[in-house]
Ligand binder design. Sequence first.
Ligand SMILES: *Cc1c(COP(=O)(O)O)cnc(C)c1O
Length: 388
Amino acid sequence: MKSRKLLMIPGPVEFEHEVMQAMGAPTNSHVAPAFIESFGNALELMRKVWLSPSGQPFVVAGSGTLAMDLAGANLTEPGDAVLVISTGYFGDRFAELFRRYGAEVKVLSSKPGEVVDTKIIEKELEKGIYKLMCFTHVDTSTAVRVDARLMGELGTRYNVITILDGVCSVAGEEIRQDEWGIDVVLTASQKAIGVPPGLALLMASPKAMLKWSKRKQPVFNYYADWSNWLPIMKAYESRKPAYFGTPAVNLIEALQISLQLILAEGMEQRFVRHEKMASAVRAAFNSLKMKQIPISNELAANTLSAPYYPTGIKGSDLIRHMNEAGIIVAGGLHVDLKAGYFRIGHMGSVNSSDIVSTIGALEQALYKCGYEFTCGKGLEAAQIELSD
Ligand SMILES: *Cc1c(COP(=O)(O)O)cnc(C)c1O
């Protein structure tokens, strides 16, 4: 029997074969012409994936939290008022990060499964004190998606720098950074970008770069300081070597390959595919009478889903039975709800047979747990969505 299981968690995800080949290739020198070309090309391709022709890309070795740190360290100075719109776990992390850099942080939190009311955000912005506004596009702890276009509009209207934590959305959910006026869009390699963990990726608008360039104080975080990284990004993009810290050579080679694959599919098609996969998963939950954390389909993300365990079913048993059926899913993350729900990632290269396998494994697991339902009901609903 095939021993490899399918990784259906919200990152790391399943990676394409070509990407893994780049990971396993002999490591180049970081100043070899072939690597300089790959790095330069990856930076150019990022602008296309981010839909941000005017953006300044950064690729730095680290996890998604480093991408958050790059934004926080470079764009806040002590005393800056920062508005954090929190829909869960990662919004709270961002608030803590901003405080470390001396920002005056105001957090507007939603209930789990909901978003913060626009009127409440506007009322806060009307005070006119905020330099930055930060939000989590898809909160990985609740599978709730915030309307990024609307947040960009608010940021523009009230003249604040907007930061989008897109670690669970970039290259899966629709984001048009330039058109929507979002200043920073950041992510990590292991989620919808489709590269093993290890790269922090960030795109900064000219407005964000200007705020950074006018800092009165140096950036307090040495490794994250754009003064160290901007010359490197510029050098590689103009196909010259430069050194600050050794780049993650194989990861960057793999990034170039993955970005090429993403663009070969096309951003519009990619958004549509993620929508379709997610609607199939949601349809299956509905027909299996399983509730989800997002209170409506409009607020539910396309990159992951967060269903509650049905009443009377032990979560650890359900996850174990799914694992036995070859599908790895993730437990809960939101501190208040952790034990009551689980998460299925469906982003990156995910295809319809991954979804069918996942729902099939879910049905087997529910059956073994003694849940009352008609076997095949969830699959039927998913198949209809997928075949549409
Ligand atoms: C995964 C994730 C992060 C953190 O990324 P790490 O790579 O685990 O550091 C931050 N924000 C969101 C929305 C995420 O999904």
